[in-house]
Design a protein around this ligand. Structure first.
Ligand code: NCD
Length: 307
């Protein structure tokens, strides 16, 4: 059974196909309004979420399907000690496809090897978040017109930010990609991501603490929140949380065609005044998230023989 646990589970060609489907859905939503008639998506979220869960659910409704939802782990049998494996086997009896978010790295993978329906990782701890990356890639494709030859600045919590890890894994596969990794010393990219993804693929990157000085060379700036829930102590979080705050003044040195992305939620790292800047694309990302997930649900249900 085909599941999507990390972005590399999808080939570059499949991602191009998903982007094409998502753009076709955006242009002709009515053509897709009944395609999942009678099918059910289960969203199992054992961590907080607004955009990811609701966009998955809106995606299934807009495909004509239904949704079963666990939005709070404390209200499910996980709170009684049920294993992820047993939960996955159980939910497979009721739903045609599962989207799971879990605080433990690897939990959606465990679900996928026990489920008899496709499982989509909707974020596992500080590890991966492939559907946010599909959203990011769709947004970059639609805003810049292509995914190759881009210099991408990634700023903030590169240590715990799962959206960053998946984005780097995805963008590393396009020719001409360069990364500028901007973070405080303590929140630098984990060495396993550097070694297994950037260095393994020979992707050029620099590491710096300087956001403003990096801006002029960027085609896209991907801002991220400091991931409070992954810190071992509050003092460290408080010291690091406002390391970077993007303001209209700081943006003066950025190119006119640089796009500003953020997976959201934003805490303090992009000032509200930036929202009016035409380069700000983070609410477009939110909208694209539903279409990217519609395309993925369709692809996986077709491959599973459910459609
Ligand atoms: C991200 C996540 O959950 O990793 N949010 C999202 O899904 N859009 C980013 C974050 O929480 O900072």
């Amino acid at each position: 059974m085909r599941s999507v646990i990390r972005i590399a589970d999808l080939s570059v060609e499949e991602i191009a196909g998903l982007n094409a489907t998502a753009s076709d859905i955006i242009a002709h939503p009515k053509n897709y309004a009944e395609v999942c008639h009678g099918k059910k998506l289960a969203t199992l979220f054992f961590e907080p979420s607004t955009r990811t869960r609701l966009s998955f659910e809106a995606a299934m409704y807009d495909l004509g399907g239904h949704v079963l939802s666990v939005s709070d782990g404390n209200s499910s049998s996980a709170a009684k000690g049920e294993s992820v494996a047993d939960t996955a086997k159980t939910v497979s009896c009721y739903a045609d496809i599962i989207a799971m978010r879990h605080p433990k790295e690897g939990a959606p993978y465990v679900a996928s090897v026990n489920a008899s329906v496709p499982v989509i990782n909707a974020g596992d701890g500080g590890h991966n978040h492939p559907t946010q990356t599909l959203t990011d890639l769709l947004t970059i494709q639609r805003e810049k017109g292509h995914l190759d030859g881009l210099t991408i600045g990634v700023c903030g919590d590169l240590k715990f930010g799962r959206t960053v890890h998946s984005l780097l894994e995805a963008m590393s596969r396009y020719p001409g990609t360069r990364f500028v990794l901007i973070s405080p010393e303590e929140l630098k990219l984990p060495s396993y991501v550097k070694k297994d993804i950037l260095e393994a693929q020979g992707v050029p990157y620099i590491q710096t603490t300087d956001l403003e000085g990096s801006l002029p060379e960027l085609d896209a700036l991907y801002m991220t929140r400091v991931q409070r829930e992954r810190f071992f102590n509050e003092e460290d979080y408080l010291r690091l949380k406002d390391s970077y705050i993007l303001t209209p003044e700081r943006l003066r040195s950025a190119r006119q065609d640089m796009i500003i992305l953020h997976p959201l939620p934003r805490v303090n790292e992009i000032s509200l005044a930036v929202d009016a800047d035409p380069r700000a694309c983070y609410f477009k990302q939110v909208a694209n998230g539903k279409f990217a997930r519609m395309a993925l649900i369709l692809m996986l249900l077709k491959e599973a023989g459910t459609l």
